[in-house]
Write a protein that binds this ligand. Structure first.
Ligand code: NAD
Length: 499
């Protein structure tokens, strides 16, 4: 890997502490960082290099998945870290930063390869990119890369505006948009695992009756009220993570995609998504908001009683939608997506239901989190909930419990340093996703879609069940309790899963 300078805007922030420093440390342990590596953290607060390094060390002690006991190793890692005060609006701060970056490059005798990671609010993206450009920070002879986190805009128009400004300073090929779902090990290996499963079982000849993609959680709005009350489930999860999962799954059928094909195929799928219009949205989308209820035997308040949420807020904390991909392979298969807060359990899962006669259904389940697994099973859809029985039809299963799973940020930061954009969101996908979602945003805005209130601790509004029932389907596995859940995972690990 080429030597590089990693410039982190927002070095004192939450994301840096919880994700970026632990990921860098893990890469360091795994010998996946460049041998000459300069790290410059930026923030508004005055900090010495030493106290900054002490803060980074503290975050490793709290969040690293590896042992942080080897003092010599830690010290060597932290030696690469420097700190610099910068206010994103002050142009002179960028000039000073340029000098610091250049001095460090000269000291380490490294090429001016520079990665600018913007771990700050999206309202700063345009200012920072412009100032990087105008200060000359981005004009050196080495490579330059810009890493940004979602949200990429608030709607179609603002996303286009943001992208237009970023493109004045960085080419699309230099922009790395993180959607951390794309960094999850299971999402990255899904294609390979599906391919093994499908080939061995000769499933390719089968017809897929429906696909369900759920990313549900028990948490409420937590500390993020200010952001979430303006974003809702549709912007926070659906437009990005959920549509990315849909793209990653659908491009694997009917045959596996190579890494090079990924960007083109994802855009092709998004272009094939049958568009909704503001009026018929009601037929395909269910909007919900949680009321008070009980989760894990604890009483929780309703959304509008949460601290920081506007009284009478109409914001969505749940969305379920039926989508259709108009291409030869998927045209007869409804794809159901749902995501929401304060639901009965935390799980991210894809269920592929195959066409079969009678009550016994063949299902391929892909567990993405918190545990990971691919399992092929038979299930009876007509059994009462506590009896929903899943018996493994074959030994074809792969599972991995949530212990020491590689974090998405490790993979994504490593890929960005290598210049591999396979698992980053390309502008084409982002724009197409906003285009598809915009009529729903418009319908929400004009209140054309009812806001269904659901009790916390359930699986969302009943209307989300009816959305599937109309088509003769139901959400799989909703009614099982925790111990039933384990039954779906299978007992035989036939795939060795290593990262
Ligand atoms: P945060 O508020 O904890 O940190 C923001 C950082 O920006 C701080 O270091 C702060 O000093 C810096 N900052 C703010 N104003 C500044 C200014 N005028 N000049 C210079 N620096 C300034 O936020 P966060 O949670 O770390 O989130 C950072 C970004 O990552 C956001 O875009 C967020 O949407 C995104 N994100 C965060 C998480 C997460 O888990 N925290 C997850 C996904 C995406």
């Amino acid at each position: 890997m080429e030597p590089a300078t990693f410039v982190l805007f927002g070095a004192t922030g939450d994301l840096a502490k919880r994700k970026i420093y632990p990921a860098l440390y893990q890469l360091y342990i795994d010998q996946k960082l460049p041998s000459s590596f300069s790290f410059i953290g930026l923030g508004r607060r005055e900090l010495t290099h030493t106290s900054f390094q002490a803060n980074v060390e503290k975050s490793l002690l709290t969040f690293s998945r590896s042992d942080v006991k080897d003092a010599v190793r830690i010290k060597k890692f932290l030696n690469s870290f420097q700190y610099h005060v910068l206010d994103v609006d002050r142009k002179e701060d960028y000039t000073k930063l340029l000098k610091l970056v250049e001095d460090r490059e000269a000291e380490l005798n490294i090429m001016p390869n520079r990665m600018f990671y913007l771990s700050v609010g999206p309202e700063f993206f345009e200012t920072i990119a412009t100032n990087i450009h105008e200060s000359g920070l981005g004009s050196a002879s080495g490579w330059k890369r810009l890493v940004i986190e979602k949200p990429f805009g608030h709607d179609l128009e603002s996303a286009r505006q943001l992208n237009h400004t970023l493109n004045q300073a960085f080419d699309e090929s230099d922009i790395y948009r993180i959607d951390h779902y794309l960094g999850k090990p299971m999402v990255q290996q899904m294609g390979q695992l599906l391919q093994s499963t499908l080939t061995e079982q000769d499933l390719r000849t089968r017809t897929i009756a429906s696909v369900q993609i759920s990313a549900i959680e028990t948490l409420g709005v937590e500390e993020r009220a200010g952001y979430y009350d303006h974003a809702g489930a549709i912007r926070d999860m659906f437009q990005n993570h959920m549509l990315q999962l849909l793209m990653m799954l659908t491009i694997e059928f009917p045959k596996r995609s190579s890494a090079d094909e990924v960007v083109n195929l994802k855009s092709k799928i998004m272009k094939s998504l049958m568009p909704l219009n503001k009026i018929d949205v009601t037929q395909h989308v269910v909007r919900g908001q949680y009321a008070s209820g009980v989760i894990k035997e604890e009483q929780v308040v309703g959304y509008t009683d949460e601290a920081g949420i506007a009284l009478g807020s109409h914001n969505d904390t749940f969305i379920a939608a039926r989508l259709r991909v108009d291409d030869p392979f998927w045209k007869d298969t409804p794809i159901y997506i749902r995501t929401g807060k304060r639901l009965k359990e935390k799980v991210t899962r894809i269920v592929i239901e195959f066409t079969s006669e009678g009550p016994v259904k063949d299902l391929l389940t892909i567990e993405i989190g918190p545990d990971e697994g691919i399992t092929f099973l038979k299930s009876r859809s007509d059994l009462a909930f506590s009896d929903v029985e899943t018996s493994l039809r074959s030994q074809l299963s792969f599972t991995k419990k949530e212990v020491n799973v590689k974090d998405a940020y490790e993979t994504l930061i490593h890929d960005a340093l290598l210049g591999d954009k396979t698992y980053f969101a390309h502008w084409n996908e982002v724009e197409l996703s906003w285009e598809w979602v915009q009529p729903i945003l418009d319908a929400y805005q004009d209140n054309l879609i009812p806001l269904h209130i659901y009790p916390a601790g359930t699986y969302g509004p009943q209307e989300a069940n009816e959305l599937l029932m109309k088509d003769g389907f139901h959400w799989w596995f909703d009614n099982r309790n925790a111990s039933d859940n384990d039954a779906t995972k299978g007992e035989f690990n036939i795939y060795e899963y290593t990262n």
